[in-house]
Design a protein around this ligand. Sequence first.
Ligand code: WT7
Length: 654
Amino acid sequence: MSTNSIDSLLQETRRFPPSAEFAAASVTSPAIYDDAREDRVSFWADQARELLHWHKPFTETLDWSNPPVARWFGDGELNVAYNCLDRHVIAGNGDRVAIHWEGEPGDSRSYTYSELTAEVKRAANAIAALGIGQGDRVAVYMPVIPEAVIAMLAIARLGAVHSVVFGGFSSESLRSRIDDASAKLVITADGGWRKGKVFPLKAAVDGALENGTSTVTNVLVVKRGDNDVEWTEGRDLWWHDELAKADAEHEAQGFEAENPLFVLYTSGTTGKPKGILHTSGGYLTQVASTHRNVFDLHPESDVYWCTADVGWITGHSYVVYGPLANGATQLMYEGTPDTPHQGRWWELIEKYKVSIFYTAPTAIRSFMKLGRQIPQGFDLSSIRVLGSVGEPINPEAWIWYRDVIGSGTAPIVDTWWQTETGGIMISALPGLTTLKPGSAQVPIPGVKIDILGEDGTRVDPPQGGLLVVSEPWPAMLRGIWGDPERFRETYWSRFSKDGNWKYFAGDGAHVDSDGDIVLLGRVDDVMNVSGHRLSTQEIESALVSHHMVAEAAVVGAADEATGQAVVAFVIIKSQQAADHTVDEASALLRTHVAQQIGAIARPRQVFIVSELPKTRSGKIMRRLLQDVAEGREIGDTTTLADTSVMQIISDKMK
Ligand code: WT7
């Protein structure tokens, strides 16, 4: 619970009602809350009918007879890719730009809806020719290039299931995800641009498949980095060759609303990442609805930019499916915000006249640190809505974001949701809500949230508690791939009783005196580093996989730039201790974690210690280590087996 303190928020008195002009032109009216309150389920049915094309209309909206697995629009059929592409062309919007894409080195391409539809049809035929059909899993390991979106939509068009793996994950992480989902095909690139260099994706795929036991039969490779790649004849194929051979026409078939759309892995409290399963009709309904209402999207005039990588849920829901289902024009950018210069993002906003901008607090804080003169060197007057996601946004960053990026007038929507929720769950609606810095504020229409105490009863404001979702929602996860037991245990066992199923999100929250929800951070062993989820146990496992490590404990420590940072405490095996200096060992282990999981998991610090604080039953007391890592007075040590351990550790760190 790092970024938001209840005390500072209680003193937050600034309020920002929508301007009369903004409210008048908004896509939402107050009736949206009334409709949803009156009948939540039929509200979602209306959204599904208004926003999507159904190959076969549904007659049943929600089937919750087999909790915790919901069926939404169960007897309906749709094609997700058709909804994101063909129908916009048929409606006469084929010449509207779907994607303006900008590569890090400055190359650019734009696709109209007609062009994107044509590409996806070819890609679908090419992928089908490799034996992929309904229900098959395809791993996608790509940079942020248009082909990543084309691949995802082509897979969806076939009724197959994509598993996108963030390009920053290691070969090892890719391997475990490919194996867990038994993927048949991997789609990757020869590289992608990041910080002025090409990072080698294909080599990581080769590494992931090298043990030869994989279910993968083909690897499709997009040419992007122009670097040399190793080639396995018979397995590896160039994307451009296969697409050139493929037929240009492809008719989209309707699939059941509950047909799986994708699996996306995320970190939980245990070492092994879990494959979150999302299906088609409910997911697409909620992401289209929230993308329109939360960002006040006017698809004919707005230019929307979400800076997330397609490898995360934000990229799935608010780069690919939400915006394209709504026929929006959007910008996609391959690289980092500081390459080749620190004003790169603002330059892009000016160039493409971006009007809706969605990013993470960690990015906002790093720009704050660089100073407002950098964004002020660009014309950002096109911005009319700002969004924030991934972690709590502190009021200072909120005000800076509005003043400097939003010309002092743009509403900010602070959107709370998760990989598991599929779409936004708590957020202001910019045409309706009076905004308050530092609070995600209110559930979106049609979503029911409660804050419960440890005993499962509702807490009275302003007391803090645990956040639950009390009614099923359309974009909810349908399970953990291959592990129904873990699904029940992780999310549903804590608060469900007497036939009342409550989804436990893992976040702490409180309701303030205005009735607004304030998020307080994770309550489990999940860290939030730059808006990305990491598990303490996963990093501990990576550390102990190194031959010199005897024991390891990892904590998330508050960090000004990244929200939380990974801090590790490690005991080195006595026979190895003499081989390296403490600094060498710590550097080696930081690199080792990055190689095992990916650079995002690299610990900020690795402290070599001689003991870890444990209770008499042998449980590591991470809370005490967190006190040390955050430079605080060490808390109560009376339950430790050896009370002197913490003194030794903290003396050593000084
Ligand atoms: C966790 C989910 C949702 C896409 C990005 C992260 C934290 C997310 C907010 C917010 C406070 C937030 C929560 C949540 N979180 N958005 N607006 N305010 N906290 O998805 O990797 O599944 O992580 O991110 O702790 O549980 P994710």
